[in-house]
Design a protein around this ligand. Structure first.
Ligand SMILES: O=C(O)C[C@H](/C=C/C(=O)C(=O)O)C(=O)O
Length: 286
């Protein structure tokens, strides 16, 4: 099943994406949770609820997805935990090595951006780089979970563009500022439940395209730390809550590692596609 989040005059809502159409929350029956967060929190009766939503969606009126004002897949996640240097080709192009523990940093929900919303070049930097990434959305509380149990805690997956201001990322040893400019974290187009994808999302083609030119082209099987291992490791340190998001790092081909460097600029279109999930599209604006 595929979920989208969107804005309404009364606040954020959600729906089920069927092709290019959406069945809105209010048309999904009396049991439809009021918010996506409520759906993530409904861990006891999740399977029954999803089955009920699927059958409601099959017989309900729809609206074209283009008519909705989309929000990031999870509009206000409690945590967005990001992995850096998680693909060998990206580690190599940056002159880095992959250690025995992932590089972990955080993104704020204020930096997130919807599918088709403008990705902003800030006033204070023009070193805006793209990073195609797999986003994992947590569906049940995880604390000290083993690697073999970890995937049971996943609700679904989406595409993410971890767009980064490289000069700000490197001003200090902490990457946080360069990774948290407003309107830089593209998150969409939809959240796809785990049953539609291979276990751990292994073996999916992941690409970024800038103005139609392929910039990154990799297989999610090349992640050094896979989804299960990452969840197990993170859950040793912190409680992962329903609705939290984990970004799995980016493959080789980023703009800063090219000669000459490639930066996104106003008027560009950047796409992140993951096989079986969809294509996240953002136009770049000043
Ligand atoms: O250069 C570095 O220190 C690594 C850094 C990693 C960024 C990521 O966010 C990632 O790998 O997904 C970089 O390449 O800038």
């Amino acid at each position: 099943m595929r979920f989208v989040s969107y804005n309404t005059p009364t606040g954020p809502s959600w729906g089920i994406l069927v092709g290019e159409s959406v069945v809105e929350q209010q048309n999904l029956g009396a049991n439809a949770p009021a918010s996506l967060q409520e759906l993530f929190d409904s861990t006891d009766n999740r399977e029954t609820l999803l089955a009920d939503l699927a059958s409601q969606a099959a017989n309900s009126p729809t609206v074209a997805v283009d008519q909705l004002s989309l929000l990031p897949c999870v509009p206000k996640p409690g945590k967005v935990i990001c992995l850096g240097v998680n693909y060998i080709d990206h580690a190599n192009e940056g002159g880095n090595t992959i250690g025995d523990y992932p590089a972990v940093f955080l993104r704020c929900s204020s930096s997130l951006l919807a599918h088709k919303a403008p990705l902003q070049v800030p006033k204070i930097s023009d070193k805006l780089d793209y990073e195609a990434e797999l986003a994992v959305v947590i569906g049940s509380r995880a604390r000290f979970v083993s690697e073999s149990e970890a995937l049971n805690c996943v609700f679904g997956y989406a595409c993410f563009n971890d767009a980064t201001l490289r000069d700000y990322q490197r001003k200090t040893a902490q990457w946080t500022v360069g990774k948290n400019f407003d309107n830089t974290g593209g998150f969409g187009p939809c959240l796809v439940t785990t049953d539609e994808l291979p276990e751990g999302c292994v073996g999916l083609r992941i690409q970024s395209r800038l103005n139609g030119t392929v910039m990154q082209d990799a297989d999610t099987a090349n992640m050094a730390f896979g989804v299960a291992r990452t969840i197990a490791l993170l859950s040793e340190a912190m409680t992962l809550e329903p609705g939290d998001v984990i970004l799995m790092g980016t493959p080789g081909g980023v703009g800063y590692a090219r000669t000459p460097s490639v930066w996104m600029k106003a008027g560009d279109t950047i796409e992140v596609e993951i096989e079986g999930i969809g294509t996240l599209i953002n136009e770049v604006c000043a």
